[in-house]
Design a protein around this ligand. Structure first.
Ligand code: FAD
Length: 302
């Protein structure tokens, strides 16, 4: 591989294995395209996105934090997700031609007055006028490819292998799952790259393609279907059937979230164990007479 440093210097590096985890516009994946029998497709959706920050009010979240807030408007939508610092990140998804019509601060406010009036005082009119033009609306691309490996030398992971549209909130999780599955296969096949890489492709491609399709479906569901009474009724029926037959009927999103939680738990346990073994905590040498007062201090820090 040839790396070009920021100051322009070139560096050539040989490696046993190249892991292409360089994102949706992967330079490594571009090299795969030069090989025969490499399948590749990419789809840009006609929507772009812009982000705004909703600040806290009196040090508290401006809206209820334990929800995904959606303003569904059929052809477009805004969503808000809470952050640890009590702000919300509001993301406006809209067709590019609609973004292009909004050319001045006043037009931004008119758009919000018409479709998201309750969000104006929460984000702030001045912030809206300013932030709308900080960046151009960003594109969203869905990439599918196969195989994920080249011989025993190179493998794709994360968005480089499977960029998905963000409407299922699982793109990064899918990338983490690539690492976990790769690690498991490395253990099963004794770290033999010539066996591990094809097996990783065999296991991961169908799952990643499935999450790409689900994300694309949710793109319509979030902005349009949630407005339909029939859709909401069906969701309630799904939930009711799940309550009375929890093992037989499981709503799709619940299944994905459960898998995600299981995955996070597995990563936490594996990571925690690794860190404990690799960096065992140095046990403090505390005289027994001080132990009780230290425990008391831990219990009531103030
Ligand atoms: C609006 C939006 C909302 C999202 N929300 C969620 C969510 O709620 N949950 C979720 O799980 N996922 C979400 N995602 C998806 C998530 O952001 C991505 O799946 C994740 O960031 C992919 O990680 P990655 O490491 O594969 O790629 P990236 O994060 O793109 O990282 C690639 C890295 O490679 C570097 N790079 C690129 N080219 C080169 C090169 N030629 N040489 C050297 N370095 C290079 C880049 O600088 C970058 O640091 C969202 C995405 C978007 C756009």
């Amino acid at each position: 591989m040839t790396f070009v440093r920021a100051e322009g210097a070139k560096e050539e590096i040989q490696a046993d294995l190249i892991v292409g985890c360089d994102g949706a516009f992967s330079a490594i994946r571009k090299q795969f395209l030069r090989q025969s029998r490499f399948n590749y497709s990419q789809t840009y959706i006609p929507h772009g996105y812009l982000e705004f920050t909703m600040p806290p009010i009196n040090g508290e979240f401006a809206m209820k934090p334990n929800y995904l807030h959606i303003w569904p408007r059929n052809m477009f939508m805004m969503i808000a997700l809470p952050n640890l610092d009590k702000t919300f990140t509001c993301t406006l998804f809209m067709p590019f031609e609609e973004f292009e019509k909004v050319t001045t601060g006043d037009k931004v406010i008119k758009l919000f007055q018409k479709y998201f009036p309750d969000a104006i005082p929460l984000i702030g009119a001045e912030a809206l006028k300013r932030d709308f033009f900080c960046l151009p609306a960003q594109t969203m691309v869905s990439v599918k490819c196969s195989p994920y490996h080249f011989g025993d030398k190179c493998v794709l992971m994360g968005d480089a292998a499977h960029a998905v549209v963000p409407f299922y909130g699982q793109g990064m999780n899918a990338g983490f799952e690539d690492c976990l599955v790769f690690n498991e296969i490395m253990d099963q096949l004794n770290e033999d790259f010539s066996a591990v890489l094809p097996e990783y492709t065999r296991v991961r491609v169908p799952d990643d393609h499935a999450i790409a399709d689900l994300a694309m479906y949710n793109y319509v569901e979030m902005r349009a279907h949630v407005n339909s009474k029939w859709f909401l009724f069906r969701k309630h029926v799904d939930d009711f059937l799940h309550i009375i037959m929890p093992r037989t009927i499981i709503p799709l999103y619940t299944m994905v979230i459960n898998q995600g939680l299981l995955f996070c738990a597995a990563v936490s346990v594996a990571g925690g164990s690794y860190l404990l073994v690799r960096y065992p905590p140095s046990m403090p040498n505390i005289p027994i007479e001080q132990l009780w007062s230290r425990l008391q201090a831990l219990k009531s820090p103030f």
